[in-house]
Design a protein around this ligand. Structure first.
Ligand code: 13P
Length: 341
């Protein structure tokens, strides 16, 4: 393992004013997204859609890295150029989602554990050869009634995360460590803060026990936020303050950067929260975005699978990428959205 090189890649992933595009939806998830815009999900339509994003010159200026799904990393653009080459030409780093989704966790009804460790050591060098310099593994922790999340669920998930991270570093690939506490429930922000803190503490404990070098990772956490169905949802400043407080208590300064998931927030909410955190300032790590839905909802609903909508969809994507790039610097203002609308 060359830690200097891993650190350089991690630093580049969280470079000032840039963030990560999560375009790694599994075939099942992208089908669900395409269903909502009336597009049939085929190998070609998935390729066309993602090619459109990677060819958005303006938008890609704000994208440091792109997380790909296995199918995409091997795909070629319509003109025969490998999609990874398009990403590199845009000045961005190709990355790969390597987890294989979730399975029910035995003895813990309603909870899941992320799988995919078995052949990971064999798969990683192939992804490196294909151009991937970072990877992603998402652990999912739900908040619910009846003692959910259980300690068993958190422990099993963070253990797998740390095993994955160690395997990545040995293969000279920067692991994005993603322990996601879901915002699907009706819980308040206090409960999210408590669970997120426990999950992050145990994540860093497992990373330590598995000898993962923190200088060579990027953390991808949820924000500390009220559940979507909560009766009293916390405002932007409170989300920003509570998220920074929890992160400062749990994430060592050796970690180069933190790139948030959007997790079901609206496009503008996700931008406003990131911006408010960066406006707090004086943070030991870079704080940026690694958004899927909050970057892609606008281009998807503009595109609708029609070639005549490509330019407008690319503008929609570029706008969101630019807004989030500004938020990563703490330089976003709400009226920038209105001007563009
Ligand atoms: P969202 O921003 O849509 O939550 O997706 C980010 C991601 O990569 C989840 O693993």
């Amino acid at each position: 393992m060359n830690l200097d090189e891993l650190n350089k890649v991690a630093q580049a992933m969280v470079a000032p004013g840039k963030g990560i595009l999560a375009a790694d939806e599994s075939s099942g998830t992208i089908k669900k997204r395409f269903d909502t815009i009336g597009v049939e999900s085929t190998e070609d339509s998935r390729r066309d859609y993602r090619e459109m994003l990677f060819r958005s010159t303006e938008g890609m200026r704000h994208i440091s890295g792109v997380i790909l799904y296995d199918e995409t990393i091997w795909q070629k653009a319509k003109d025969g150029t490998p999609l990874v080459e398009l990403i590199k030409k845009a000045g961005s780093i190709p990355g790969i989602k390597v987890d294989e989704g979730t399975k029910p966790l035995p003895n813990c009804p309603g909870e899941v554990v992320t799988i995919g460790l078995d052949k990971l050591a064999d798969r990683l060098p192939k992804y490196y050869e294909q151009g991937a310099r970072f990877a992603k593994w998402r652990a999912v922790i739900d908040i619910g009634a009846n003692g959910i999340p259980t300690y068993t669920c958190i422990r099993a998930n963070v253990h797998a995360l740390a095993r994955y991270a160690a395997l990545c570093q040995v293969a000279q690939i920067v692991p994005i460590v993603e322990p996601e506490v879901l915002m699907d429930g009706d819980h308040d922000i206090e409960r999210c803060a408590t669970v997120s803190e426990l999950v992050l503490k145990l994540t860093f404990e497992e990373l330590y026990f598995n000898r993962v070098a923190l200088e060579g990772i990027v953390l991808k956490p949820n924000m500390v936020i009220s559940g979507k169905k909560s009766g009293k949802r916390a405002g932007i400043e409170e989300v920003a303050e509570r998220t920074v407080k929890v992160l400062k208590n749990c994430v060592p300064g050796a970690v180069p950067g933190i790139a948030f998931l959007s997790g079901g927030q609206s496009d503008e909410e996700a931008t406003a929260h990131l911006d408010a955190m960066n406006k707090i300032g004086n943070l030991p790590w870079a704080l940026t975005f690694s958004y899927g839905r909050a970057l892609q909802h606008a281009p998807q609903t503009t595109w609708k699978g029609k070639s005549e909508n490509v330019a407008a969809a690319q503008r929609a994507f570029s706008h969101r990428a630019k807004m989030n790039g500004l938020a990563a610097l703490g330089q976003w203002k709400a009226d920038m959205e209105k001007k563009a609308a």
